[in-house]
Design a protein around this ligand. Structure first.
Ligand SMILES: [Zn+2]
Length: 284
């Protein structure tokens, strides 16, 4: 396969297009998103569960803890770094990590931080991005990673980048817009990059934040189950939110076994809404 990068003008802005020439097909893309995990905090199957979805043999019903890998040109980032991070890096074939964007501090989004070690050994300090409160929480839970003196030689190091609402920040050669959402009473950041937005653990969102999500090609948003939940969108809330924002396509993630079988739930969704599944890759 031959790869090269072109600078093109698309819709009045300049974009780098990576071109892969693979046998007889030519593929153009700008941003690649790989779903590393699409499950809720316990993952699917849940340990010890006899639920039929947990027993399903369909690989799309196996869901690791929620995370995505985003790539463009030679840039490579993940959003969140949960307890399945090591397995997800091995399965996806990710060999370069330019940084981690954290949505919030809950363990299903952060517990894999120690496993950045192979990237740290090859690349040096790994940049992390998150709300000041989230970084403070990581400093408490992973104190050895942030130690500056008498540090254990095998421990990884990070460089800290604080994310604040209404302040877009640079990621490689792109700009990221933080989206402030609420996970019950806990503040969480979603992130918009170009025409792509990733929102997880949302229960409520203010109108001015939703206004930052206009004209999306792809929206990823959490959907826990059909029944209501105190801190997560259920299916109807997620579909209402998608209907309000009108992205070209939407993918549902952070899914509980209680939502049902992937194949059956997919059949009930509007034609531009898809259940994400682990290892799904999309280009924007
Ligand atoms: Zn979560």
């Amino acid at each position: 396969m031959i790869s090269f990068v072109l600078l093109c003008k698309v819709n009045n802005y300049h974009a780098f297009l990576k071109v892969n020439l693979c046998y007889f097909c030519v593929k153009f893309y700008i941003l690649e998103v790989y779903f590393l995990g699409t499950g809720t905090s316990q993952g699917i199957p849940v340990i010890g569960s006899n639920h039929s979805v947990c027993k399903s043999t369909d690989l799309k019903d196996k869901r690791l803890r929620v995370s995505i890998w985003i790539r463009w040109e030679d840039h490579s980032y993940v959003i969140d770094c949960g307890p399945d991070f090591r397995q997800q890096m091995l399965t996806s074939g990710c060999t370069q990590l330019d940084g981690i964007l954290f949505t919030h501090e809950h363990a299903d989004h952060t517990a894999g931080l120690d496993d950045i070690r192979p990237f740290f050994f090859r690349q040096g300090d790994i940049p992390i991005y998150g709300h000041q409160r989230v970084i403070a929480n990581l400093q408490k839970r992973f104190d050895y990673i942030f130690e500056l003196e008498n540090k254990y030689p095998g421990a990884p190091s990070v460089t800290v980048n604080f994310v604040a609402n209404n302040i877009p920040f640079a990621l490689g050669n792109k700009s990221v817009i933080p989206i402030n959402v609420m996970h019950g009473t806990l503040q969480v950041f979603g992130y918009r990059i170009d025409d792509f937005a990733y929102l997880t653990d949302v229960k409520t969102i203010e109108q001015e934040e939703a206004a930052k999500l206009k004209n999306l090609k792809v929206l990823v948003v959490n959907t826990l189950r059909k029944e209501p939940h105190e801190t997560h969108f259920n299916l109807q809330e997620a579909l209402d939110f998608i209907a309000l924002l009108k992205p070209e396509k939407a993918y549902l993630t952070h899914i509980s076994h209680l939502l049902g079988f992937h194949e059956e739930v997919q059949k009930t969704l509007p034609k531009n809404v898809f259940l994400a599944y682990d290892t799904l890759e999309i280009t924007i």
